[in-house]
Structure formats: C-alpha cells, structure tokens
Design a protein. Structure first.
Length: 450
C-alpha cells in the first residue's frame, strides 16, 4: 500500500510540475545513500529509462571506494547502466582555493551535464527532498541571501530535476524499509562541523520542540516565498527589458535608470550575474564617486563607468581567456593579463620610457571600449616604426617567437575593430603619441607575457 502511494505521488508531482516526459531518458545522480537509491528505484518502477552516474571524490578513503563498489553491485542487479567518475578533489581545492563542498559540487554537476549530453538524457535527477528544502532555507537565511535564497530549491532548474521534493525524509525511510532497499551510510552526515548538519541535528530538533507542526509551517512559508518570488521575478523581467541592454560582448545598465530604482531591483539585476547583496552598497557608492571601479563574481566582471554598469563574462581560470572589455575609466584588469591603466599629460612623458610592456597611446584617437582578447587568425595591425599593415602572425614569426608563445599572445582592439596594441610587443603606429597629442593613455603590463 505504501509503495503504491509513494509511486502515485511521485507520478503526480512529475506531471504537475512538468519535470520530464513519460518516455524520457533520465540521468540519475547515484551516491549510494538512501535518498538516491530510493529515487532510482522509484523512477525505474514508473517506467523511465534511467542511467546512473556516481562520483567518487576520493575524500573518505575506503568508504569512498565502498560506495563505488556498492553502486556497481546495485545497478548491476537492477540492470541499469552505470557511469563512474573519480575526481582528485583535493587537488582541485588546492589549485582553485574553493571549499571542498564547492569543488565537489562543481565537479559533480559539470560531469553530469557532459554525461547527460553524451547519453542523450533529457534531464539530470538529483535526490533532494523536503527536509533538504528546509535546511537550505536556513542556510540561505543565515548567509543573508534574501528572498532569492530563502525560496529554496526549484523542482526544475534548467536540466536539473528534483523528483523527491514532494516527500519528507521519514517517508523516504519508510519506502526504503517497505521495499527492503539497501543503501550506504555516510558517516560525515552525522558530524556537526558542517553548517547543514548543524541545522539538521541541532537547530531543527529545537524548532520542532518549540511548536507542534513547526516543520509543516516552515514548508508552507517556503511555498509562499516561492510564489512571492515568482511574482517578483515576473515584474523584474518586465523592468529588465527596459533597463538592461545587450551589447556586443557585454551587458549595459544605464546609470540614470539605476538612480531612479531601489536596491531590491538592482540586486535582482546584478544577482543574475552572481553578484551578492553585499556588493550593492559598494557598487552604488562607486557610481557616485569612483568611475572605473571593478567588481568580480565567480563568473562575471562588473565595471562602473560614468554612463552606468558594464557586465561581461570573466576570463576562465584555466587560462582559456575570454574577452575582457576596458573602458576609458578602467584603471586595472587582473585577467587574462594584469594591466594597469592611467591617463597622463604629455608633459609627463619626459621621464617615462616605453619598453615593450608599456603602451603610450593618444587618448583622443582611441575609440572605447577597448577589447582585450587573444590574437586571432587574420589579425592585422600597423606596427609602430614600419610602413603599412602586417599580419600579426607574420610579425611574430619575424621576431622569432616560438609556437608555444604565439598561443599566449593578446591584443587590444578598439570599438572600431582596429588593433591598437600587440600586447608586450608593439603598439600600432596610427595611435602613437605625436606632437599634436594632448592626452596620453598609458597601459603597463604587470606580468608580461614574453
């Protein structure tokens, strides 16, 4: 009876939220714990084509290997395809500086998405349930993430679906018991050194003691917050159509619009690019006092200009640099190259030499914003001291630059697609300082690419 009840509730939940088509192929994240084992079992019983994926983060020694062995045995007995990936998680942590939990999460979902595409799966199913929802609510409440965080997890987020968000942990335990399912226990789940575990084992039991039905009340509150956020999101999207402009290579938010709107809307606009509520005050202050200031989220770079906010994708940490925009007010960029910029008078040139790591250009000849990007096939410029234009590839060959170094060369291109500087090697003569120059734009490479 309980088996049928849970199965029917799952089917109803999937259809109500339109998580996945009945004949779809699903990639199931299978840790080996109770929640993921139950989810795998239920989805197969309903009739979905399921493929399992297990991450071995190699953080718990024999226990991690035991989890891997268990899921291999389980999926074999259920005749379900399984894919296993081993990660050197600690090496990633040491290289990136992020926490173990964050590194594991990013590794997991990045691999899941690649595997989903390779296996032609329509969705990735993860086993979050209602108790996880309550814990997430408190985690985000403590972190000050506002309504965006307190609304908790969505039933579906792009290709990620959460089919168990209708069930509480106690119901999942009962299903597991009634079906005789075996699973792996993670000893770290009982430790209280992690915030989520402190909330689970310390805070929530206290709240339940304070008021009968407290957990149900919390779930109702989360549901109401989600509905409020949905309305807020609809209104915000209407404003975005008016406030946010998509430019070539960046996004622009007009300064005048920002000064007329409140912080809540600004947070919503910036939050889409990974910026936090704590950044808002500093950004607003920079709009008034410090054009050229830059702010960074995990994925994006925000530059404050006299006209407004300019947001672009940040260079990737693995060195596969993406384009970075430089504005007339920009004073420094840190990636993909470290460059310091300033506007000086022509009189200051007396004591300033121009080695290859320095560019001195006529400010009034430049068309901003400039674009810092890797050199591309077919790029041409007019090297200072030479006549006519040349292919950059030919210029680099003439100066005997190795193939390896050629792949690490960057250029600075202006808004009219003219390359003004082959960074670290030669400026374009059309933008050099002349007798008629009054304002000089100086750019200095802090760590030259040569």
């Amino acid at each position: 009876m309980y088996f049928c009840c849970m199965i029917e509730r799952l089917k109803e939940f999937i259809h109500r939220h339109q998580l996945i088509a009945d004949d779809a192929r699903i990639l199931v994240g299978l840790s080996g714990g109770m929640d993921s084992v139950v989810m795998l079992h239920m989805l197969q019983k309903i009739g979905y084509q399921v493929v399992a994926a297990h991450c071995n983060f190699q953080l718990r020694g024999d226990a991690s290997d035991g989890d891997e062995f268990f899921v291999k045995q389980l999926t074999s007995s259920m005749n379900i395809p399984l894919f296993v990936k081993r990660f050197d998680t600690l090496e990633v942590v040491n290289e990136s500086g992020v926490s173990i939990q964050m590194a594991a999460r990013e590794l997991r979902y990045e691999w899941f998405e690649r595997l989903r595409q390779e296996q032609d799966c329509k969705a990735i199913a993860v086993a979050h349930h209602l108790d996880d929802q309550v814990e997430t609510f408190f985690i985000n409440l403590i972190r000050g993430s506002g309504i965006r965080g307190m609304k908790g997890m969505r039933e579906m987020n792009n290709k990620i679906i959460r089919p168990l968000l209708f069930a509480q942990r106690s119901e999942i335990e009962a299903y597991c018991l009634s079906n005789g399912l075996k699973y792996r226990e993670d000893a770290s789940n009982s430790e209280t050194k992690y915030l989520r575990n402190k909330i689970r084992h310390v805070l929530l039991p206290l709240i339940k003691d304070l008021q009968t039905g407290a957990e149900a009340g919390l779930l109702r509150s989360i549901d109401l917050i989600q509905k409020d956020f949905q309305l807020f999101e609809e209104l915000t999207n209407q404003s975005k159509a008016l406030l946010v402009e998509q430019k070539e290579g960046y996004i622009f938010i007009n300064r005048e619009h920002l000064q007329q709107k409140d912080e809540a809307l600004l947070f919503s606009l910036i939050g889409d690019f990974g910026f936090k509520g704590t950044d808002i005050a500093a950004i607003l202050n920079s709009l008034q006092r410090q054009p050229g200031a830059q702010f960074f989220s995990a994925t994006h770079q925000l530059t404050v200009s006299r006209e407004g906010l300019l947001i672009q994708v940040k260079a990737e940490p693995n060195g596969n640099a993406q384009e970075v925009m430089i504005y007339s007010e920009t004073q420094e960029v840190s990636s993909p190259l470290g460059i310091e910029m300033s506007l000086i008078s022509k009189n200051e040139l007396v004591s300033l030499r121009q080695p290859s790591a320095v560019a001195l250009l006529d400010f009034d000849l430049l068309h901003f914003p400039l674009r810092l990007r890797p050199v591309q096939n077919g790029d041409r410029f007019q090297p200072f001291g030479m006549k006519g234009s040349r292919l950059i590839s030919d210029f680099l060959t003439d100066i005997h630059l190795s193939r390896a170094k050629k792949s690490a060369v960057f250029v600075l291109e202006d808004a009219q697609k003219s390359i003004v500087w082959l960074i670290g090697y030669r400026i374009d003569g059309r933008f050099s300082v002349s007798e008629s120059t009054t304002r000089v734009w100086s750019a200095i490479v802090k760590a030259t690419q040569k």
